[in-house]
Design a protein around this ligand. Structure first.
Ligand code: NAD
Length: 354
């Protein structure tokens, strides 16, 4: 990595247990006077709590965020914002809620504060998505970045363990691919290695004690770092595969990432020695893992009880061909060339769990 370009993204990050208490001062700091609080229907209670903390600054709560940002949801939220005469938003929730705030920023120029409650990492990226007529369109635009991100691990204490596990492995996948991205840098490599280290240590603790605040804090810190990697690098085969599997077969986002992570790592890491060494350090602990980060990843997923095969997620064997066709149809960055035979082999292994 002799030469590189690194472009920092300009978000302010406020991190720590209890950080939600600073929501009002952080929102005022941006010059916002009237905000709409956004959430999913399931997180309405938390949205109301955020609105109470904001006091007179909160003029409305829109608890209609949905997975994959349907354009109809964006239109309804934009109408609510207009009716309330809001000058910005506070998005409290996971990737779906942050995704809605991003769409409002993109289409209506509304600034927002993000308060993430999962490990998806969307708040650290300029990537937006919008779904219309069952097709998800995505793009990159700095206009969709939150102005401030407030990470409060206390808000993640009730995140169900299975979601914590798959969401955490999804975050790790961002870091793994950032380590061999064509636009990597020493800053990204350091963030990726630490992000994987934090999550690998925290996730097993969380399966034992979901309300362990220290483990929740480490996991959220790891998720932040991994999200920052996703925001500043170009992703490879893993993210391409996850995107195609999700889009074509409507698979759950984080579960799909969790399943394919060890298989893509096994395929790519032999061609990415620096990434392999960084992951061995981050996942280290026993001698075997030191030597083989791919096996360490697979063992971690197994210990966490994550879904392990595409078959378990409901993929039919005959679907694999369509997936491979679509992956091969569009080019993407990857440290190891991927042809039909290699991809068929990888999908076969991820399907059957070999
Ligand atoms: P999500 O936001 O859909 O949340 C999943 C469910 O968990 C929701 O019902 C939500 O109400 C609930 N939930 C969230 N936090 C909770 C908590 N702390 N306690 C209890 N329940 C909680 O899921 P996600 O995995 O965060 O986000 C997935 C979406 O984000 C996908 O659409 C994906 O494409 C997108 N995403 C985008 C980017 C990007 O850079 N643009 C990055 C990662 C993910």
């Amino acid at each position: 990595m002799g030469s590189f370009v690194y472009e920092a993204l300009p978000m302010r990050v406020v991190f720590g247990p209890g950080a939600l208490a600073s929501l009002r001062t952080e929102t005022e700091r941006l010059g916002l006077r009237r905000v709409t609080v956004l959430s999913t229907p399931g997180q309405r209670g938390l949205a109301d709590r955020a609105a109470a903390l904001l006091g007179a600054l909160a003029v409305d709560v829109f608890a209609g965020a949905r997975m994959h940002v349907p354009v109809a949801t964006v239109a309804a939220a934009a109408e609510a914002v207009r009716a309330a005469d809001a000058d910005g938003c506070v998005a409290v929730g996971g990737g779906s809620t942050v995704g809605l705030a991003k769409a409002l920023a993109l289409r209506h120029g509304l600034p927002f504060v993000a308060v993430p409650t999962t490990y998806a990492g969307s708040e650290m990226t300029p990537i937006w998505g919008l779904t219309e007529n069952a097709r998800k369109q995505t793009g990159r635009d700095r206009a969709v970045l939150p102005r401030t991100v407030l990470y409060d691990p206390e808000l993640t204490l009730k995140l169900p363990v299975p979601v914590s596990v798959t969401s955490g492995l999804n975050a790790m996948a961002h870091a793994v691919e950032a380590l061999y991205a064509p636009d990597g840098s020493p800053v990204v490599a350091a963030m990726a290695e630490q992000g994987v280290r934090d999550l690998a240590a925290a996730l097993p603790e969380l399966t034992r004690g979901p309300e362990d605040l220290d483990a929740r804090t480490a996991a959220l810190q790891g998720a932040w770092l991994c999200g920052a990697c996703l925001g500043t690098t170009t992703m490879g085969l893993h993210h391409k595969l996850a995107h195609v599997l999700g889009g074509l077969l409507d698979l759950p986002h984080a579960d799909t990432h969790a399943v394919i992570l060890p298989y893509v790592a096994a395929f790519n890491l032999p061609s990415a020695p620096d990434a392999r060494a960084a992951l061995a350090r981050a996942l280290g602990g026993d001698a075997a893992a030191d030597k083989d980060p791919t096996r360490a990843l697979a063992r971690l997923a197994e210990r966490l009880g994550a879904p392990r095969t595409l078959r378990e997620l409901g993929v039919r064997h005959e679907d694999l061909r369509r997936v491979a066709d679509e992956v091969l149809a569009a080019p993407y960055a990857n440290p190891r060339p991927v042809g039909r035979a290699e991809l068929d082999g990888l999908l076969e292994r991820a399907w059957s769990g070999t």
